[in-house]
Design a protein around this ligand. Sequence first.
Ligand code: ATP
Ligand code: MG
Length: 402
Amino acid sequence: MNASPAPQEIFLLKLGEVVLKGQNRQSFEDKLLANVRRRVKNCGSFQCSLRQSTIYVEPQGEDCDMEAAWDACRQVFGIAAVARAVPCEKTVDAIVEAARTYLADAFAVAKSFKVESKRADKMFPMNSIQLSQAVGGDLAELFPHVAVDVHTPDLTVFVEIREKYAYVHTPSVPGAGGLPIGMGGRAVSLLSGGIDSPVSSWMMARRGVELEMVHFVSPPYTSQQAQDKVLELARLLTAWTGRLLVHIVPFTEIQEEIRRNCPEEYFTLIMRRFMMRIAEAIARKANAGALVTGESLGQVASQTMLALGVTEDVTSLPVLRPLIGMDKVEIIRMSREIGVFDTSILPYEDCCTVFTPRHPATRPRLEDVRQAEAALDVESLVQKALADETWVRVKSTDPARI
Ligand code: ATP
Ligand code: MG
């Protein structure tokens, strides 16, 4: 043994949808590598490099927070699967010993296995087939109840010979999937404090869309706590998206004007049309190509097919509604899985619930809504709200807000 410090465990991240070719593939890989680097940076000094559709994440010293980095890697979109790899000396005996100990649990349940080897170090005295045979032969003796099966094994033992050490991989687990953030363009997501819109934001982010958030507030009808809850939801989402800009738009005057001048049955729809107009203006400034909402067909009166048509009538941007065909139970399951549910159900009011009509129109006619809205000076209300907009930059390293 040499006297250098003990070798450290590394992470292997397998790239996702590699159907992409040429320029797109290059861009996919560049963005993904940059995203991984940015996300593990908070956990210590790591070297990240990409070879053969795998990103290697290697700690550079003893004080790296490996568990935090592992969690961070599992939340990077564009990664299909992740595995840890344990280092050992570059001898067959050491490799067999590493596999025996590190993969003991996997061997205990597997009925068959094979060894697959890769040599980055071409000076290693065996080729990869010889190495696989030697390691496989020894492991077969150590685990006599597990048969060798090179075609469809339960367990594949990956061995990799690199410059300084050999590595044995643990079985991989699923990564976050999707596409690297930045690959899918940019969109503005309407984020309320509810269950739906954090999930819809997450779903679009997973398709590689870089998001800016817009949240409408109606003080004094809505509280500071309600706003903090939304910023906390955004903070939780940054674990997946990286830093987020949240635009906070005052909505009180618009809501009061609607209440004063428009028929009650159209309150919600007219309010939603204002949200779309303002979100579109913010999107144009941000160079974003779409809006995202958490609407789901038929969930509430303002989400019937006719109502959705009335809502999007005021924008020429595509309105992406990833939850459109999902049931509430499925949305709740996702909300839990991505870690936002407990915050979403905190009981603070949203501006949508402030002036809820007793009998909202469920079969609204576009002409009627347009006519009802004509009582308002739409343009100046929109401009005033935009002029009073503020924003908050939310980072994953921020302390919890609620
Ligand atoms: P959520 O659970 O996301 O609040 P919801 O089912 O309660 O959704 P609505 O209140 O009708 O539905 O809102 C529909 C969509 O409009 C939300 O998913 C969100 O995208 C957007 N939205 C609602 N309220 C706000 C708000 N205060 N600020 C920004 N966007 C909002
Ligand atoms: Mg809501």
